[in-house]
Design a protein around this ligand. Sequence first.
Ligand code: FES
Ligand code: MG
Length: 606
Amino acid sequence: SENTTDYDLSQPITSTTGLKQGLAGYGDPHFSLFLRKVFIKALGYGEDALSRPIVGIINTYSGFNPCHGNTPQLLEAAKRGVQLAGGLAIDFPTISVAESFSAPTSMFLRNLMSMDTEEMIRAQPVDACIVIGGCDKTVPAQIMGGISANKPILPLITGPMMPGSHQGKRIGACTDCRNNWAAFRAGQIDIEEIAAVNEELAPTSGTCGVMGTASTMACLTAALGLMPLKGASAPAVSAARLRIAEETGRNAVAAAESKATPQSILSRESFLNAITVLQAIGGSTNGIVHLLAIINRMPDLQGTIALRYIDEIGKITPLIVDLKPSGDGYMTDFHNAGGMLALLHTLRPLLHLSAKTISGQTLGEVLDASPFKRFPYSAEIIRSLDNPLAPNSSLAVLYGNLAPKGCVVKASASKDRSLLSHSGPAVVFKNAADLAQRIDSPDLNVLRSSVLVLQNIGPIGYPGMPEAGLIPIPQKLSREGVTDMLRISDGRMSGTAGGTIILHVSPETALPESVLGIVEDGDLITCDLDQRMLRLEVEQGVIESRLSRRKLLSSETNGEAPGSSVLVERNTRRGYRGLYERTVNQAHLGADFDFLTAGGPTHDCG
Ligand code: FES
Ligand code: MG
């Protein structure tokens, strides 16, 4: 079948029976085995080593990825765990994607990393694979690829960085990057002070220290049952993190022996649990896109858990974790308060306890085996269900003529909740460059009640759906003390950011049917959180004539309609970008490549 490696290095070359046929690769299967053993022996492995379960360890160290700075130590500890449990650990690289150094955007590269991960797990003779990830896009990429390859995968997360300190106050990437920059823009702090802050925002290696996308994905991975619960929160630079790596090594040998593949562990219940956790932690909006992409890699689940579920589960899930950007604390607080173990015990009545985990136990059995006693500090950071920070719906999904396939808002990170039910005139920016050029202009025709609309930062449009959805407050308003406005785009926002920001509008501007693409300055837009609605208050007939005018102008001008937003011609570019533009699906499906989803064409190379 396509999911098994077609060669088995544990067989002696004298064996002539039971050789896997599959794709022999080098002539007959016996000669293929012989040849592969020649080359693996060049690395010094003996027959005894090769007879063990082989655990691959994906090394995503990169000199450009500070979030993975501790990978060498994790690798060593994970290898020790594998070898103490009687396996053979063999590491190999895949690409590494760090948020800050992945132009045009890290999201553009997530699917590439998932393909690299899938194909290298598939190609090499590993019985299980530890995947070391941490920075935002890496963990979803590895889970997506791992599900599609369907050999046992064990995520090993690099862990959050420690908070830094500025004038006696804790600060951390990247919520405080934004707060301090906004203060600097508003003239509240000077250049010397912002420079001092710059030195302390990321004081150690590891992932951003708040409940941003990386921490969100770490919590979701634990909720899905793919790793030990402590693995979501132990600091990158802690000894606990190294012990988790060692434990992951042991678990990998067991998973190799029991053939605990992701498709056999993950179920509808696991994903519903993950969504419950996403809502309870006030997780990153990016977590929604990634979770949908992951679900849509599952042959039995594709399309069955849709964007709407995020909202439905949100309605019955309180926000109970008090971390930035929705609350006040840092990931170290979450860890010290008991982390995922404390959280899942608290959420127990809302969870599907029959969900399986990589350990072989159900989630309920994992919790029963590790009781947790709440203590006062823990109850501050991880509130009880009857004393939440917000009663429900940290993340909400809205629909309406402006977003027929949906859009999302992180209601818990809104600074001015009145904006969640608000009508105002649109101020439209055609793309990110237009925004940069005009947002701070003294001539910008904008009121504090205006709705800022940024077009053309969707999956196809940018490309890669950048985190530019956090449209800055126009400087002339921020100087008057305005700190929040209703903002709408087809892009994403950093999980560490806050404000009343509507994101992931689908379909995106770059598609001909996009109503977001025909919004004009002065059009009235209504957001109504209670009704879960986002509407362009323009008559349907006018909307339709604007849509057809845009299509017509675009075809006459090769996609560049003057005075209108761009329709992307999807068949012109070469290379990965061409592949991306031609095949990426919309945010409400996960912004995956359509041919990688479980419903796409099958992978048939063996
Ligand atoms: Fe890597 Fe935030 S930049 S986790
Ligand atoms: Mg981020």
